[in-house]
Ligand binder design. Structure first.
Ligand code: SF4
Length: 122
């Protein structure tokens, strides 16, 4: 017979299935703890430092917190409609003023920003 990680109650149980109840309790605690850790990581991401335009990686990618300030001569591919909040690497909602970016780990970028790695949100 195949064993499951959590004993199940069957009609053949003469006693209350305490072991099954304990397993379920542990499972539910793990689920709650996992959810709490996920929420905490989101809060930590939201509290991350803002990306400065002087950051070496930001300079290398021509990042500007205000997309209207992008050097058009250096980045002729930039279009006025391209902003971080419409980029595939932007981790927030389109309406978020700031959000983490996959390319700049541990930093938040401006929703109205832009860099040369911009890629239309899929
Ligand atoms: S990769 Fe996208 S979201 Fe990140 S800074 Fe560049 S344009 Fe903004």
């Amino acid at each position: 017979m195949r064993q499951t990680p959590f004993p199940t109650h069957t009609d053949s149980c003469a006693q209350p299935c305490e072991s099954a109840n304990n397993s379920r309790r542990v499972f539910m605690l793990a689920v709650v703890a996992g959810g709490t850790a996920l929420a905490a990581s989101r809060v930590a991401a939201q509290g991350a430092a803002k990306l400065e335009e002087t950051d070496p990686q930001a300079v290398a990618l021509g990042y500007k917190a205000d997309a209207s300030k992008v050097d058009a001569a250096k980045y002729p591919q930039h279009q006025a409609t391209q902003m971080c909040n419409g980029c595939n690497f932007f981790q927030g909602k389109p309406s978020d003023a700031m959000a983490p970016c996959t390319l700049f780990a541990g930093k938040q970028v401006s929703g109205k920003g832009w860099c040369s790695a911009w890629a239309k949100k899929a």
